[in-house]
Design a protein around this ligand. Structure first.
Ligand code: NAD
Ligand code: IPM
Ligand code: MN
Length: 355
């Protein structure tokens, strides 16, 4: 029997609660799909800092590189917010992505028909939304030098090299070829030199994909258009910080940030992670929505393990739980037949996995 080794990084806040539910669903789907999964639990974030003094212990990097894929929960919390920057949980996560080389973060935002009422927008605006943010993940202002601060000044630098833009653009065009063949590249080329290079480079790469229709949009307009008419978008290609912001915005088309998964790819080992954070305001209460993490596990089955049928089964089980009216607290006021806890939702989805 095929066996895969999954590096599990639960992290902080709701991280352990949501990852446990994804594991429940993965075990259910493995048992009826002819493969087995083993898990290697690794530390990152505040919990890693508390135990080892480092938010990203070397063991977590080597353990992840030694696995078939990484399933990640979330990190961060107020407890660690005043640490020096390099000790903060967020720095651990950024360093992790960089060390693994996962430069492409794929963030699909899909509106489930059953949840069209759950969006803060009108149902007719969001029904049928199916877009993909392709976010550059290991460059841009998150990593550019110089950066620093003193008493009276703080500075970061948005830098992209041509090579970095070329490789993320290829990812976006390749994904578009499997979808509606439209890429909208998001930048601020009217103001930023880095964006001017971004736009010119994306234009060059586009020549290799004549079937794909390329458009460009300034990021401020994109933030508005995403709310005005989200169905105009197929693939949104963005740099690191623009994609971070626009994908959180896109999550509210679907009704809750607790629904949106992601895949961080482009290197040998991929990281599969919900787009949301550690939600300290609801941690420990058993009310977080585990669907974003379960859907990330499905992306892991699909992209990292090439277990398409198993991924389809997980996606179908999520859809069924929603269409039968099961809702966690974040979606409780929207056509809920039954409001359930994090763990109940995980069990319901696991039980809906069909042989
Ligand atoms: P957040 O995404 O953690 O939470 C924002 C809001 O969404 C909160 O009200 C939270 O309760 C809600 N929410 C998030 N996930 C949910 C879920 N699964 N179910 C129900 N509700 C959910 O963002 P924040 O509050 O700005 O950040 C909290 C901490 O998380 C910070 O330390 C931040 O740095 C960190 N963070 C980590 C990641 C990550 O690990 N990838 C991502 C974003 C933020
Ligand atoms: C995310 C988070 C991270 C990011 C933070 C916690 C470093 O917001 O995964 O979206 O900005 O990339
Ligand atoms: Mn974010």
């Amino acid at each position: 029997m095929k066996s895969y080794k999954i590096a599990l990084i639960k992290g902080d806040g709701i991280g352990p609660e949501i990852v446990d539910e994804a594991v429940k669903v993965l075990d259910a789907v493995a048992s009826c799909s002819g493969f087995s999964l083993t898990y290697d639990e690794l530390l990152m974030g505040g919990v890693a800092y508390d135990i080892t003094g480092d938010p990203l212990p070397q063991e977590t990097i080597s353990g992840s590189l030694n696995s078939d894929a990484v399933l990640f929960g979330a990190i961060g919390g107020e407890k660690w917010d005043s640490l020096p920057r390099e000790k903060r949980p967020e720095s651990g996560l950024l360093r992790f992505r960089k060390e693994l080389g996962v430069y492409a973060n794929l963030r699909p935002a899909v509106v489930y028909d059953e949840l069209a009422n759950a969006s803060s927008l009108k149902p007719e605006i969001v029904k049928g939304v199916d877009l993909m943010v392709v976010r550059e993940l290991i460059g841009g202002i998150y990593f550019g030098e110089p950066k620093g601060r003193d008493e009276n000044k703080g500075w970061n630098t948005m830098v992209y090299t041509k090579d970095e833009i070329v490789r993320i653009a290829h990812q976006a065009f390749k994904i578009a070829m499997t979808r509606q063949k439209r890429v909208c590249s998001i930048d601020k080329a009217n103001v930023l030199d880095v964006s001017q290079l971004w736009r010119e480079t994306v234009e060059e790469v586009a020549k290799e994909y004549p079937e794909v229709e390329l458009s460009h949009m300034y990021v401020d307009n994109a933030a508005m258009q995403l709310i005005r008419d989200p169905k105009q978008f197929d693939v949104m290609l963005t740099g690191n910080i623009f994609g971070d912001i626009l994908s959180d915005e896109a999550s509210m088309l679907s009704g809750s940030i607790g629904l949106l998964p992601s895949a961080s790819v482009g290197a040998k080992i991929g990281v599969y992670e919900p787009i949301h954070g550690s939600a300290p305001d609801i941690a420990g209460q058993g009310i977080a929505n585990p669907i974003a993490t379960i859907a990330s596990a499905s992306m892991m089955l699909r992209y990292a393990l090439n277990e398409q049928e198993a991924a389809d089964k997980v996606d179908a089980a999520i859809k069924r739980a929603l269409s039968e009216g099961y809702r966690t607290g974040d979606l409780a006021q929207f056509d809920a037949k039954e409001v359930c806890s994090t763990s109940e939702m995980g069990s319901i989805i696991a039980n809906y996995i069909v042989k």
